[in-house]
Design a binder for this molecule. Structure first.
Ligand SMILES: [Zn+2]
Ligand SMILES: [Zn+2]
Ligand SMILES: [Zn+2]
Length: 336
């Protein structure tokens, strides 16, 4: 029998931490199938013409970073980060499939640069560009909720290897965020405080702490869906990251890259998903919610208990995962 834990915020989600499950005999394993590379990667520099016009292109200008947009058929070259509408959108502005935007953030002009080998300076540019675009999408009067997610590798659901992030901005509120807000409101009415702020106060002294800097903590999830699931929590209580300072962006880039390097050292080139939960656009939610990032490495495939029962079996406890990640962190350096 493993140890059963309930997620501290999403109360209908549970984990069973069972070391015994790691010992069971195995006849079947997942084999990674890689499809042949595309003859022309649509996200590489020089191939901008195969994607729609960019809604944001970030380049170095004479006085620092410049934020531009493609105009018609003309494509801006020599970019650092490029954001454009997804050619195969889940949501679109015609409203047929639900009103929304669906955009792709290409994080680097070179094909093989990804979060495992990116420099700190470049990730700061990526985050600055992405937050700039999130703010623009948030300001669309028809948009209620902006969501950022990253699928890295086939096990993370990505279809293109060139590292990228996706943004959706929709007239609907994401059910997972709605659930977190619902609990945050309940917690607030009982204890007059925010459950994420309380979590930070506890986790900063817990064995689940992986890393902390001036503005963020990185902790393994108390009731993980996969081993080494990590949450990145801003110390400052805020519903959205729209007005964070340059110093906070640098802190976030530092926390993210340290985590990525630690993953890489502990788990190899592991596929993963990452997402950013922020409050929808509604004053009624503002004071309750605390934006954050969740990172889920694709350490195992989920079975029926996970998919149908919302009960996740992990063979490494979050305390052991955090210790492994902290140990790996001692050996990594992040280039500037
Ligand atoms: Zn590419
Ligand atoms: Zn809070
Ligand atoms: Zn969340």
């Amino acid at each position: 029998m493993g140890r059963v834990r309930r997620d501290p915020i999403v109360l209908n989600r549970m984990s069973v931490i069972s070391h015994v499950r790691a010992l069971r005999p195995k006849e079947l394993t997942v084999v990674k199938h890689e499809s042949p590379s595309l003859p022309k990667c649509p996200f590489c520099q020089g191939n901008e013409d195969v994607t729609p016009p960019a809604t944001l292109v970030v380049k170095y200008g004479d006085s620092g970073l410049s934020f531009l947009k493609d105009d018609g058929d003309y494509r801006i070259r020599d970019w650092l980060v490029r954001i454009f509408p997804n050619k195969y959108p889940i949501f679109s502005k015609d409203g047929f499939n639900g009103y929304g935007h669906h955009e792709v953030v290409v994080e680097h002009p070179q094909h093989d640069v990804n979060p495992y080998n990116m420099t700190l300076g470049h990730l700061i540019v990526v985050l600055t560009a992405t937050l700039h675009r999130i703010k623009e999408l948030h300001n669309d009067p028809a948009v209620k909720h902006v969501y950022l997610f990253k699928n890295f590798g086939g096990g993370g659901g990505a279809s293109i290897t060139h590292s990228h992030t996706q943004l959706t901005a929709t007239s609907i509120v994401l059910p997972s965020v709605y659930e977190e807000i619902r609990y945050s409101k309940l917690f607030n009415s009982k204890f007059r405080s925010c459950p994420y702020c309380e979590l930070i106060r506890k986790e900063v002294r817990s064995p689940r702490l992986v890393y902390a800097n001036k503005h963020f903590i990185v902790v393994t999830s108390y009731a993980p869906r996969n081993s080494h699931e990590v949450w990145i929590l801003p110390l400052n209580h805020s519903p959205r990251p729209l007005d964070i300072s340059k110093e906070e962006v640098t802190s976030l880039a530092d926390a993210l890259l340290k985590l990525m390097r630690a993953y890489n050292k502990c788990l190899g080139n592991i596929d993963f998903n990452l997402w950013l939960h922020m409050s929808p656009k509604a004053d009624e939610y503002n004071e309750f919610y605390h934006w954050h990032i969740e990172v889920l490495p694709a350490t195992v495939l989920w079975g029926g208990l996970e998919k149908g029962g919302n009960v996740y079996v992990v063979t490494t406890s979050p305390e052991d995962s955090a210790r492994e990640l902290r140990d790996c962190l001692k050996w990594v350096t992040v280039p500037n």
